[in-house]
Write a protein that binds this ligand. Structure first.
Ligand SMILES: [Zn+2]
Length: 486
């Protein structure tokens, strides 16, 4: 078992070792910021902290490479602080204990910080090396990516100049990312005056559970059921055929998770209660049949009699709620026309809350295409406006629309094939990356994200595949050498 500094390429691993000695959990950027600025200054390079708290280091072109396009080399300086149960580790003070474990570099008891420490180490290796051929370089090392991309969001128009951005924060060597999704939080609300519960009604609480759920971006195309959509189908039938009245509904709890459970309280005439229980059973069987492949018969839908609440939702309001939620788009709206089987635009009907005179519905809309995102936002808005509800849009950020004709993509694909004899995989991620945020304020920026192969980032099992690092480094070096000219 060797030390990580003995691994190849030493240029990366020696710098990564230095980074493991500098505390840098998200939210505590002082030490790592100073370390990086000092690193740049010691090399005699222009080095500073920008207005957003990011470190910027500039290096001029190698002689003969002055006409190349300017490359922004980007990585994030923070790491996710996770440790195993029972481990004593203060991420604000203690170094990371990285070691070689077979094919992987990992850390004793904690996250390794290869996400994105290997990206930062590669940038340091380029900055300190005077044998690598490259055009004008700007190193951009962002702060607090993991908790909300704050460093990237802080970059305003005019703060950053360059033609090409190489983001070194991907986790699968041999894969080039050329796009990512932006997002918008869509919020629906309504206040209503509750009706007193009429006599002669019995209450049933119906509960859906056991759904797979999943990440609302990365897993939106996997065909999992949405608990709120299953619930609305039941409620629609219950209202249409069994005179049901809605008292309350609660489904989902996180905007970026496909909802796994939902419950509702409905009231029906005593004569309908057994039929309604049968509808619950039949619905459970129907949903399990429809989603047999993805939900694997795990969907549970149960009814229990409960005390009747004293108030309920007026019928015209429950009709509006149920119709709008039934009608609204959920899931994949469109795949990327130029890249097969890759989601472009989607919505997640994440949270429904109906209780105490208030309706709250929350969506997360994602798209790599900003105008398609706007279209879907407005579609959802129109649906709920028809139902007389208020709609607002918050937390919107840009996507990164893939360009399969991109000059840097062409140059990198060619150079990868020459070097390794295989084509790189070209991918678009249906979730947010810093590229989307930065690209939105630097017009015309040509971007690619790539990196070495990592395992289980954000967990104490995080590892970096040793064999992927020389390939990542060689590819980075050849990419700098083969940068297109202006
Ligand atoms: Zn990262």
């Amino acid at each position: 078992m060797g030390t990580i500094e003995s691994l190849e390429p030493k240029a990366i691993w020696s710098n990564f070792h230095l980074l493991t000695q500098v505390p840098r959990p998200s939210g505590h950027m002082e030490k790592i910021t100073n370390f990086l600025v000092e690193f740049g200054k010691k090399l005699g390079l222009e080095s500073y902290v920008d207005a957003a708290g990011n470190v910027v280091i500039k290096k001029s072109a190698t002689s003969g490479y002055e006409n190349k396009k300017t490359i922004i080399l980007q990585a994030h300086m923070d790491m996710v602080p996770q440790k195993e149960a029972g481990i004593k580790h203060d991420f604000e003070k203690d170094p990371i204990d990285a070691y070689v474990d077979g094919d992987w570099v990992t850390a004793r008891g904690t996250t390794l910080g290869a996400d994105d420490g290997l990206g930062v180490a590669a940038i340091m290796a380029v900055l300190e090396n005077d044998k690598i051929m490259h055009g004008p370089l700007v190193a951009l090392i962002t702060r607090d990516e993991e908790t909300g991309m704050y460093g990237a969001f802080g970059i305003k128009e005019g703060m950053l100049e360059g033609d090409i951005l190489l983001n070194l924060d991907s986790e699968s060597e041999g894969e080039l990312f050329i796009g990512c999704a932006g997002g918008t939080d869509v919020n629906v609300s309504l206040n209503y005056k509750e009706d007193a519960t009429p006599d002669g009604l019995k209450a049933l609480k119906v509960t859906l559970s056991g759904l797979h759920g999943g990440h609302s971006g990365m897993e939106i195309c996997e065909g999992y059921a949405n608990a709120n959509k299953l619930m609305v189908r039941f409620l629609f039938e219950a209202i249409s055929h069994y005179h049901a009245r809605l008292a309350s509904w609660e489904g989902g709890n996180m905007r970026n998770a496909i909802p796994r459970d939902a419950d509702a309280v409905v009231l029906v005439p005593v004569s309908d209660i057994e039929s309604l229980k049968t509808l619950v059973k039949d619905s459970e069987a129907l949903y399990n049949a429809e989603y047999e492949v993805t939900e694997k018969n795990n969907i549970k839908f149960v009814a229990e009699e409960v005390d009747a609440p004293t108030v309920l939702v007026p019928t015209e309001i429950h009709d509006s709620i149920v119709n709008a939620i039934y009608a609204v788009q959920d899931g994949v709206l469109r795949y990327i026309p130029t890249i097969p089987s890759t989601v472009e635009t989607s919505s997640n009907l994440a949270i429904v809350k109906v209780a105490n005179g208030e309706v709250d519905v929350k969506f997360l809309v994602r798209s790599s295409d900003d105008t398609m995102k706007d279209f879907l936002n407005k579609s959802i808005g129109a649906c709920f406006s028809l139902a007389g509800m208020k709609v607002s849009f918050t937390g919107s950020y840009s996507g990164w629309k893939p360009n399969v004709e991109s000059p840097i993509l062409n140059a990198m694909t060619k150079s990868y094939e020459e070097q390794f004899g295989t084509e790189p995989k070209i991918s678009v991620i249906h979730a947010g990356l810093e590229c989307g945020v930065i690209g939105a304020v630097v017009p015309g920026l040509d971007m690619i994200s790539f990196g070495p192969t990592l395992r289980s980032p954000h967990t104490p099992n995080e590892g970096a595949l040793v064999a992927s690092v020389p390939r990542f480094w060689d590819f980075l070096v050849s990419t700098l050498k083969n940068t297109p000219e202006k």
